[in-house]
Write a protein that binds this ligand. Sequence first.
Ligand code: B12
Length: 311
Amino acid sequence: MTTSTDRSVPRHPIRVVAARTGLAPTLLRAWERRYGVVEPGRSEGGQRLYSDDDVERLLLLKRATDAGRAIRNVAELSVEELRQLVREDRSALGPAEMGDPRVDAALAEAWRAVEAMDAEALEQELRRAVVTLGSAAFTDRLVSPLLRTIGQRWVDGEVRPAHEHVATEVIKRVLHWMVEPARADEDGPGVVVGTLTGEMHELGALLAGATAALEGWRVTFLGHDLPPEEFALAAETVAANVVGISTINPLSVDGIPGQVSRLLDELPPGAQVVLGGPAAGAVRDVVLDARLHSVESLAAFRGVLQKMRDA
Ligand code: B12
């Protein structure tokens, strides 16, 4: 894979720019012709080639027009002016309505590395994103959407299990690396996380563990596919007040409520269970117990952890 640190070197074909910015090639060419938004170089064969600087400028122009601005009014602004404008638009609209260009750019880079099965590039991009986006945005807005995209493209037949395995291994490494500096207080609250028997998707549990570690909790990660008795034993052994269970695969829901009930029966007094993942609500609805909670996002989990710690 070609890499370059010079951001002004033309090296990206129009297809790549379209994928990274979300601008259709026809629109991109029209913007160039009418407003001179960027001046791409040419390959030996005469194909347009764009630099990293061009891609950034186009991404910002896309954001500005997404916010409702006419391209003719923003086409001549400098990159710095565009950044400022996009920041203003975003804070006026709120994060729910608009994407963050840094997250979009990191997602596009990460996706490119997954497609190329380039584990090294993916790891570099993800580590960079932990630093530039912060750990919460990294887990909630980069890793989770990346995994969902992989799942969707897998269903569509565009990527193979090998792509997913490359990505999963790298994500696991980066999450462990991210939480390493978060040294918890030995007497602080503890949480045990993992998945129950039959659930092979372990990244939700790992994301939940990373989230708790960054909130200052002592985290014991049990991995995937383990019976409830082992969770109860671990909670007792490490004196954890919370067990976090990830339930991703709706197909395994049938077996999960029974296991959750067994877990609740065996848990040390005072300990609570937090279920997360797409199947969590369904399981919560059939196991009625005041010690059982379900959350829909990592942000909600942060809130629950804070309340439990203060209680
Ligand atoms: C990676 C992956 C795998 C890998 C897992 C590798 C690993 N080491 O984890 C492998 C290859 C093993 C796998 C296997 C299978 N998979 Co799979 N897999 C995925 C994929 C791409 C990512 C899963 C993931 O980690 N998601 C990220 C999670 C963490 O995000 P999330 O679900 O949105 O959860 C968020 C919150 O809910 C929260 N959260 C999650 N858990 C927890 C827990 C706690 C405590 C808290 C607080 C919060 C929390 O955190 C997340 C962050 O926002 C998904 C695609 C997808 N859409 O997710 C498919 C997907 C989940 N898999 C699917 C399927 C069908 C399977 C298989 C049945 C395939 C098969 N035929 O063998 C098997 C089943 C294995 C099993 N018995 O569990 C389907 C599920 C079908 C459905 N929705 O009906 C999906 C959705 C793909 C798809 N689109 O079809 N898979």
